[in-house]
Design a protein around this ligand. Structure first.
Ligand code: CO
Ligand code: CO
Ligand code: CO
Length: 348
């Protein structure tokens, strides 16, 4: 079996990567339902953040999240690593420390060799070891489409929760990973991506956001989220809506893969990018200098993307230097929070 290529992505029926249910659809499903209330639920469904937070005591709360999706790369071990890194990321984005995880598996056992599932779980275990979390169990079902991910529980201090919603005027925005993985995954599925870019983007998607998350705890960070299915501008929009603040983004400062821009030129844009633009485009003012392909890239859905961190301006250069020194080498200052243009995103 060694080195035999396994075309995992051929098992994926839907287009694009890790496509989330459209937010409008989820709202319609939940609207008017009688959800349980509890005074210790600090962050719940009503606030729709990266993860839910439940207070245990004055100095301890649980952070809980779950993410699973179909493969976006052909190598099962790498897919397991990426799915695990992606699921853990939501705890890191809240400023929490992941502690325990459970495997979530849907596997087409009738058509796929069980050694593939073993390799996927080995990839997941590799990231669990790196993150210092314990696997406590899981659940698996037979399904026509392969999916894998984790349910994650972490610890956090109830007074030190980083949500999406605390932008302050003058804050600088730092993004810790390049964007464009959705476009590149589309190219991988189309058989257009060579080994070098496939390896590069696979390593990036499998990289934990742990180092960035640990570092930001030592800086005056006001808000944080991770960039996943809604794309860079979609997740930024989640921070901006209801904040009373505007944001200015320099498109040329947003780290991205050059290959993604080339494939965007060829029209290899995942459907999710159009959905993201449809959902949040009305909040964004693009300067005429921002080309269509760059606009598409800024809405490109990401898998296991970086953290988007809002930090006090005077501390931003030090945080950026610390990130780069720690090996988060693609981190970049991408914009700032401004007084004018309330709840709008200006991109120039
Ligand atoms: Co998230
Ligand atoms: Co999440
Ligand atoms: Co998530």
């Amino acid at each position: 079996m060694a080195n035999q290529p396994i075309r995992l992505t051929e098992s994926v029926k839907g287009a694009g990567c890790a496509a989330k249910l459209a937010p409008g659809d989820l709202d319609r499903a939940l609207c008017g339902l009688d959800l349980p209330v509890d005074p210790n639920l600090i962050v719940g469904l009503d606030r729709a953040d990266d993860a839910g937070v439940y207070r245990i005591s004055d100095d301890l709360a649980l952070v809980q999240t779950i993410d699973f999706f179909p493969p976006m790369v052909d190598d099962p071990f790498s897919f397991g690593q990426i799915a695990a890194a992606n699921a853990l990321s939501d705890v890191y984005a809240m400023g929490g420390t992941p502690k325990t995880v459970m495997n979530v598996v849907a596997f087409p056992a009738k058509t796929m060799d069980i050694t593939i599932l073993r390799a996927i779980i080995e990839g997941g275990l590799d990231k669990m070891r790196e993150a210092g979390v314990v696997l406590v169990g899981g659940h698996s079902v037979e399904d026509s489409e392969l999916k894998y991910g984790l349910a994650v529980t972490g610890f956090i201090h109830p007074n030190r929760i980083l949500t999406k919603k605390n932008l302050q005027t003058g804050d600088c925005l730092i993004l810790t990973k390049p964007i464009g993985t959705g476009i590149i995954v589309t190219a991988i599925k189309a058989g257009l991506a060579g080994a070098a870019i496939t390896d590069k983007v696979t390593r990036a998607m499998a990289t934990l956001n742990r180092d960035a998350a640990l570092l930001m705890q030592d800086f005056p960070v006001h808000a944080c989220t991770d960039i996943t299915g809604f794309g860079f501008l979609g997740h930024l929009a989640e921070m901006v809506v209801g904040s009373g603040h505007g944001v200015r983004i320099r498109a040329s400062s947003v780290p991205s893969y050059p290959e993604a821009l080339e494939w965007a030129d060829m029209g290899l844009i995942p459907a999710g990018a159009y959905n993201n633009r449809h959902f949040r485009g009305a909040l964004v003012d693009f300067s005429p200098s921002v080309s269509q392909r760059v606009q598409d890239l800024l809405f490109d859905p990401q898998t296991s993307g970086g953290l988007l961190i809002a930090v006090e301006a005077k501390a931003a250069p030090d945080l950026l230097r610390a990130l780069i020194a720690k090996g988060v080498g693609d981190a970049a200052l991408v914009g700032e929070i401004v007084m004018e243009s309330k709840e709008r995103i200006m991109v120039d």
